[in-house]
Design a protein around this ligand. Structure first.
Ligand code: AMP
Length: 412
């Protein structure tokens, strides 16, 4: 299918071509005609499916087609709410790319940085605003943001927004926009609370689902290492030295854990940077940028980076700590194996995390491949009943001697 067949007009199609997109993705095929028709939509789609363009392209076209010359100055007519600053920045970049052959202007507001430049952008006039909830409400309270002309409201990564406790903010934002607006809700997963939110705010929504929430990427090999907690750093170093080649994101559950691991890796001669919620926005962006442009090949992160972040060429993910929410595992390992490439996910599991493995396996309906021979095994008696995959992975068998290690093929 061609983008033109979806009812998109020239300036938008030209921008898509400039991006090098040949054909619409599945979510784009389904969502674009509905959004153009001003329908409410609830879509279950993860980052990486092309979901941003699925709402950005038709929104831009609707705004472009229905510009009201009589209105003085520009008014915010599309509002996109994002849970994290990183995702907001990415959405802004998408809107800027797709609107470059139109006169539509996009602005962004998010917390953790000074108000003034954001106020200035709004003062100058924008058609589209991308915002994180807290900063948007702050600016509204200060009478800088007016939402009376919003025609389309998008809630992106709704499940994460609810996990982050934004429900009251979202309801406030919905109420601040006009009643008859179009509303689009995108969510990577569809837990009960998201369905309930959709029921209360959307009008006769059309449901779109492109990938079940529990599906992990097929081309990511998923390996599990049982290891005593105190040996995790050594095992992580061992994996970095012997097995991973290329760019790797290491996930930890806590901000403290991220800092501690960064310190250990740096001491061991690795160049790493990190992202977590206690870092200033500037530092977070710098870290992401360094990772994206290859200045550092290791990024350590809390789950703030497990979603939304579109970094190409991540060769491996290491789950230094296993996530206690199984869906998070799916999001984390989805950072690798993108754009048809292969990826590997290493999960380091200590005795107290065994239950997490069971829930993850239940969610993804698949057993992780256990790497049995490594230098820091957990007391076998401490292991739960384990499944051995019939198509036994070559990587699971012994790193028995230095010689055999050398002979071993690398991952990449
Ligand atoms: P998203 O799911 O919105 O984060 O998009 C993931 C990546 O896919 C981004 O890098 C987009 O630029 C890219 N993308 C979006 N739509 C298409 C398309 N139709 N063809 C190729 N790449 C696309």
């Amino acid at each position: 299918m061609q983008f033109r067949e979806l009812g998109l007009n020239k300036p938008i199609v030209k921008a898509i071509e400039a991006q090098g997109y040949k054909n619409p993705t599945l979510i784009q095929e389904q969502a674009i005609p509905l959004v153009l028709e001003k329908k409410d939509v609830i879509a279950s789609a993860q980052t990486g499916t092309g979901k941003t363009a699925a709402f950005a392209l038709p929104i831009l076209q609707n705004l472009f087609d229905r510009q009201d010359a009589s209105k003085k100055g520009k008014k915010i007519r599309a509002l996109i709410i994002s849970p994290t600053r990183e995702l907001a920045l990415q959405i802004e970049e998408n809107f800027n790319n797709y609107s470059k052959y139109t006169n539509l202007r996009t602005g962004i507001v998010y917390g953790g940085v000074s108000f003034e430049p954001q106020k200035e952008v709004i003062r100058k006039g924008i058609d589209i605003l991308i915002a994180t909830p807290g900063r948007l409400l702050d600016l509204h309270k200060q009478d800088f943001v007016h939402l009376d002309y919003v025609e389309t409201l998008v809630l992106d990564e709704a499940d994460l927004m609810l996990d982050m406790g934004f429900i009251d903010d979202i309801n406030k934002i919905v109420r601040l926009c006009p009643k008859n607006k179009q509303q689009l809700l995108f969510s990577a997963t569809m837990p009960y609370k998201v369905v309930e939110l959709a029921k209360t705010i959307l009008k006769d929504p059309i449901k779109i689902e492109v990938a079940p929430t529990s599906s992990t990427v097929k081309n990511v090999e998923q390996l599990l290492y049982y290891v005593p907690k105190q040996d995790k750093i050594e095992l992580c170093l061992h994996i970095l030295r012997n097995t991973v080649k290329g760019n790797v994101i290491i996930f930890r559950r806590t901000k403290y854990g991220v800092d501690k691991l960064e310190e250990s890796l740096t001491k061991n001669g690795y160049k790493a940077d990190s992202i977590h919620g206690d870092k200033t926005q500037l530092l977070r962006q710098e870290a992401l940028q360094k990772f994206k442009n290859g200045e550092v090949r290791i990024l350590i992160a809390t789950d703030v980076a497990a979603r939304g972040i579109d970094v190409k060429n991540v060769d491996a993910v290491i789950n230094f700590d296993l996530p206690n929410i199984s869906e998070t595992y799916v999001h984390r390992i989805g950072r690798t194996g993108r754009a048809g490439k292969n990826g590997v996910a290493f999960s380091l599991c200590s005795a107290d995390e065994k239950d997490y493995v069971l829930s993850i396996q239940k969610l993804i309906n698949k057993h992780l491949d256990i790497v049995e021979d490594h230098p820091y095994p957990l007391d076998p008696d401490a292991k739960p009943e384990v499944h051995k995959s019939p198509n036994s992975s070559k990587y699971r068998k012994g790193r028995k001697s230095e010689a055999s290690k050398k002979k071993k093929k690398r991952w990449y």
